[in-house]
Design a protein around this ligand. Structure first.
Ligand code: 13P
Ligand code: SF4
Length: 303
């Protein structure tokens, strides 16, 4: 038996013994997605974290995702198998910056993308994800102005779907922000028959070229349900694994092979086994911050 299969067997045994569930984001390496009980986008994984009766949640993703699971599940052990897996965008704003925003814009609700630290969520009115951002914005029926953090591109995308004034922090995801319109145009010229799907973390001029703008799971659903045959995929390349598995007869082309999130690739099978063996690295959020962040996450989940 090969080494990879040995690791997978060991993980399956330990998972049983620990009464654990393994959640994996759509960008995780293929072998990690294969051992997961559930794969999904940030919203699906947050919801699933609230529904499980497992005692241990092994979160194969990046730090903010495991932190969200810890915010929602104070009585469970939440593990991030590779603690080095962070998110460059989440690190672009700190809690004191959010307090500054609140002081500068009194009374303006602050909508925070889940790609943020627990401390930042704790200073926010509500959270959103790429899957529900427009519904979250619309839920503030009485507000004329909203402030969105940390992703400028998500804010500009939301601004297209509302008459409210959207102010925003100028953070960005380096993986999506680096995709340029001319790269998309070149790929479209090579594949004129393809539909172009883009993640809302892409620049506005890239979204202008998209046939569909949606979250990672939104893309998976769209490709599965569409009668179309060829797609250009405008998000992190890890999504090609589940997409190709689900659609063996369709042609799925990354719009740029350079869209790789190195943090999303840090988790290995060996990390997952070690994490289940030692029940580390454990992600914990100090209770006063957790309670405040929970309000923002729960407000989102209620929508
Ligand atoms: P989704 O919520 O669409 O899965 O996106 C998460 C993410 O990190 C995108 O870069
Ligand atoms: Fe963060 Fe971008 Fe990586 Fe998503 S793809 S985890 S937003 S750095």
């Amino acid at each position: 038996m090969n080494e990879k299969q040995d690791l997978k067997n060991a993980i399956a045994e330990l998972k049983e013994a620990r009464k654990a569930i393994i959640l994996a984001h759509n960008y995780q390496p293929a072998e990690i997605q294969e051992i997961a009980d559930l794969t999904g986008d940030s919203l699906e994984l947050s919801r699933r974290a609230t529904e499980t009766d497992a005692r241990v949640i092994v979160f194969c993703g990046v730090h903010f995702m495991a932190e969200t699971a810890a915010i929602l599940n104070p009585d469970k052990t939440v593990l991030l198998p590779n603690v080095q897996a962070g998110c460059a965008m989440a690190d672009m704003i700190k809690a004191q910056d959010v307090r500054g925003v609140a002081e500068a814009h009194p009374g303006v609700p602050i909508i925070t993308y889940v790609n943020s630290t627990a401390e930042v969520k704790a200073e926010s009115t509500t959270c959103c994800t790429s899957a529900n951002v427009n519904q979250v914005v619309a839920s503030f029926a009485q507000a004329d102005t909203l402030y969105m953090i940390p992703d400028q591109n998500l804010a500009l995308y939301a601004a297209r779907h509302t008459s409210k004034q959207i102010l925003y922090w100028k953070g960005y995801c380096p993986v999506h922000h680096s995709l340029r319109a001319d790269t998309v145009l070149k790929r479209k010229a090579q594949h004129p028959e393809a539909l172009f799907l883009a993640h809302p973390e892409c620049r506005p001029e890239v979204l202008d070229l998209a046939d569909v703008v949606t979250s990672t799971s939104g893309m998976l659903r769209y490709v599965r349900e569409s009668d179309h045959h060829t797609f250009l995929i405008g998000t992190e390349v890890g999504i090609l694994h589940p997409m190709r598995r689900d659609n063996p007869d369709k042609t799925l082309i990354p719009v740029s092979e350079e869209m790789v999130c190195l943090d999303m690739k840090k988790t290995s099978l060996a990390d997952v086994r070690q994490s289940l063996e030692t029940l580390t690295p454990r992600i914990e959020v100090p209770e006063p911050i957790r309670l405040k962040a929970l309000q923002a996450v729960e407000r989102m989940l209620a929508i």
